[in-house]
Design a protein around this ligand. Structure first.
Ligand code: ADP
Length: 260
C-alpha cells in the first residue's frame, strides 16, 4: 500500500483554485486530452472559470488544441498561465520549452517536480474548476500528482478496445487506492456515425464499458463518437468552437461534486 498523501506541495499564495478534477486513462491515445479540453470548454460555457493543468509531460497536447503558441510569462510572484481565447487558463510544459517539438527527456523525479511546480509556482487566478490532464497509466508521475496535488475527483477515459478494459481497470484501481472519488467513466471513440446513411458503426467492436462500470459501481457519463471534425479541431486549435453537448451529463456531476 502506498504511503500517505502529504500534500506538501502548497498552492501558490496568489492562486485561488476551487475543485480539482483529474482526467486519467489506462494508456495513451484514448482521447484523455480531448476529454480534458471538452470538459474545460463545457464548464467555461456554463460561466465557471476553468483551467487546465497539463501534467502529460511527454505528450502535452493541450496548448495545440486551444491554439496557444506563445511562451508563458512570469513575474516576481510566479509563473502566469496562458489564456485561451475564451479565457481558459492553461499551463503546460510546451509553454516553457524553447521549441514545442523539444522532447522532455527527463528522469521521473524531475518530471514529477515540474508538475508539482505547476501547482506551487503558477499563479492561477480565481479558478472554479481545474482539470488535470494526467500522464497515462499508473506510473511514477501520476503517483506524484495524486500525492502532491489535492485532487477532488477523477474522470476515467476509455476507448472500446479489449486491451483497454484490462488497462482501464488498473487506472480505476489506482484511484481507489489513492482514496480519490471516481466521478465516472467517459468512453471515447465509441462509434462512428456514417454521414451518408446516419447509421452508427462500432469500429472497435462491442464496448465493454458497462461491465467495467458495473464491476466498480461506477457510471458511464458520456460516449463520444469518432469524428474527423474533432481530430481537426484538436489539430488546428479550435476546440473551443466545437459545438456539441456530449459533456452535459458530466457537467451536472461536476456541479454536484464536493471538495474532498
Ligand atoms: P490521449 O490524451 O489519451 O493520449 P488525445 O486526446 O491526445 O489522447 O487523442 C489522440 C488523438 O486522437 C488526437 O490526435 C485526437 O485529435 C484524436 N482523437 C481523440 N478522440 C477522437 C475522436 N473522438 N474523434 C476523432 N479523433 C479523435
Amino acid at each position: 500500500k502506498e504511503e500517505q498523501t502529504d500534500f506538501s506541495a502548497a498552492l501558490n499564495v496568489m492562486s485561488s483554485v476551487g475543485k480539482v478534477v483529474g482526467v486519467v486513462s489506462g494508456k495513451g491515445g484514448v482521447g484523455k486530452s480531448l476529454v480534458t479540453s471538452l470538459l474545460a470548454v463545457a464548464m467555461n460555457r456554463k460561466s465557471y472559470r476553468s483551467a487546465i493543468l497539463d501534467a502529460d509531460m511527454t505528450g502535452p497536447s493541450i496548448p495545440k488544441a486551444f491554439g496557444i503558441n506563445g511562451k508563458a510569462a512570469g513575474n516576481e510572484w510566479g509563473l502566469l498561465p496562458s489564456k485561451s481565447k475564451t479565457g481558459i487558463e492553461v499551463m503546460s510544459i510546451n509553454l516553457l520549452l524553447e521549441n514545442e517539438t523539444d522532447p522532455v527527456v527527463w528522469r521521473g523525479p524531475i518530471i514529477g517536480n515540474t508538475v508539482k511546480q505547476f501547482w506551487t509556482e503558477v499563479i492561477w487566478s480565481d479558478v472554479d474548476y481545474m482539470f488535470i490532464d494526467m500522464p497515462p497509466g499508473t506510473g511514477d508521475v501520476p503517483l506524484t500528482v495524486f500525492q502532491s496535488i489535492p485532487v477532488d475527483g477523477i474522470i476515467v477515459v476509455t476507448s472500446p478496445q479489449e486491451l483497454v478494459s484490462m488497462v482501464v481497470t488498473k487506472a480505476v484501481k489506482m484511484a481507489e487506492m489513492m482514496n480519490i472519488p471516481i466521478l465516472g467513466l467517459v468512453e471515447n471513440m465509441s462509434f462512428f456515425k456514417c454521414p451518408d446513411n446516419g447509421k452508427e458503426y462500432q469500429l472497435f467492436g462491442e464496448s465493454h464499458i458497462e461491465q467495467i462500470a458495473e464491476k466498480h459501481h461506477l457510471h458511464t457519463l458520456a460516449k463520444i463518437p469518432i469524428d474527423p471534425k474533432l481530430a481537426a479541431a484538436c489539430d488546428n486549435g479550435t476546440i473551443e468552437d466545437f459545438q456539441e453537448n456530449w459533456m452535459d451529463p458530466v457537467v451536472s456531476i461536476l456541479e454536484k461534486m464536493e471538495k474532498k
